[in-house]
Design a protein around this ligand. Structure first.
Ligand code: AP5
Ligand code: ZN
Length: 209
């Protein structure tokens, strides 16, 4: 499949992508994860340009993100197994760039979650830098097993997960939401304010339809 998953900051895109990837084996492309990896590398010019914007909760320029995406889609794993775009396109300019590059999804999912719930998710989110797994201190804690203590000890909080930066991120999302939905009239809009497994059941039904 060629899937786009859109939604607000902390809407559950990354969480659902882990489940979709496990089920369909498609290549997961998170522009946010790619930019964070590039930003962590001091020699990476693109990363250093993006870093300031991301940490301020602002969108990075369309040209920069489109270049990164193009490289990623040319990888054999994307060509062979299909792809899952997490957080792209998120502006009208990115929709147009995709069209110009003939990147056409056959499934588009938009997650919807109320802003107040999103803020709670942002403030409690933690990431495992070793596995990339996403947790929430209350809503999605590390499961009880042998590694729990070790995992908890290494969890990090994202630089943009503060209330102030969240308000910028959510404003940018709402500014662009209508443009994205208009670009994909067949998109499946799903209630993301439910347990991850319940959301996943609806996504699977849509992808299999
Ligand atoms: P990106 O990393 O994509 O950030 P985002 O869009 O703000 O989305 P998040 O990653 O915050 O949330 P998510 O929807 O993946 O939710 P998650 O599953 O983690 O982008 C970061 C930055 O990079 C942008 O701000 C921008 O600067 C730049 N950027 C990226 N793409 C760009 C683009 N195309 N153009 C321009 N700039 C771009 O879940 C969140 C939390 O909630 C977790 O704690 C999780 O455990 C919990 N949770 C998830 N689902 C549920 C559930 N169903 N119930 C309860 N808790 C849940
Ligand atoms: Zn994410």
């Amino acid at each position: 499949p060629k899937i786009v998953i859109a939604g607000p900051p902390a809407g559950g895109k990354g969480t659902q992508c882990e489940l979709i990837k496990a089920h369909y084996g498609c290549h997961h492309i998170s522009t946010g994860d790619m930019l964070r990896a590039a930003a962590a590398d001091e020699e990476n010019e693109i990363g250093q340009k993006a870093k300031e914007k991301m940490e301020a909760g602002e969108l990075v320029p369309d040209e920069l993100i489109c270049g990164l995406l193009k490289q990623e889609l040319e990888k054999p794993e994307a060509k062979e197994n299909g792809w899952l775009l997490d957080g792209f396109p998120r502006t009208g300019g990115q929709v147009k760039a995709m069209e110009r590059m003939f990147i056409v999804p056959n499934k588009v999912i938009m997650l919807q979650v109320p802003d107040d719930v999103l803020l709670k998710r942002v403030l409690g989110r933690r990431m495992d830098p070793e596995t990339g797994k996403i947790y929430h201190i209350e809503m999605n804690p590390v499961p009880d097993d042998d590694d729990k203590a070790a995992i908890e000890a290494r969890l990090i909080t994202r630089e943009d997960d503060t209330e102030e930066k969240f308000s910028k991120r959510i404003a940018a999302f709402h500014e662009n939401e209508a443009v994205i939905l208009a670009a994909y009239p067949g998109a499946r809009v799903l209630d993301g304010n439910r347990a991850p497994d319940d959301v996943s059941v609806d996504i699977t039904a849509y992808l299999n339809a």
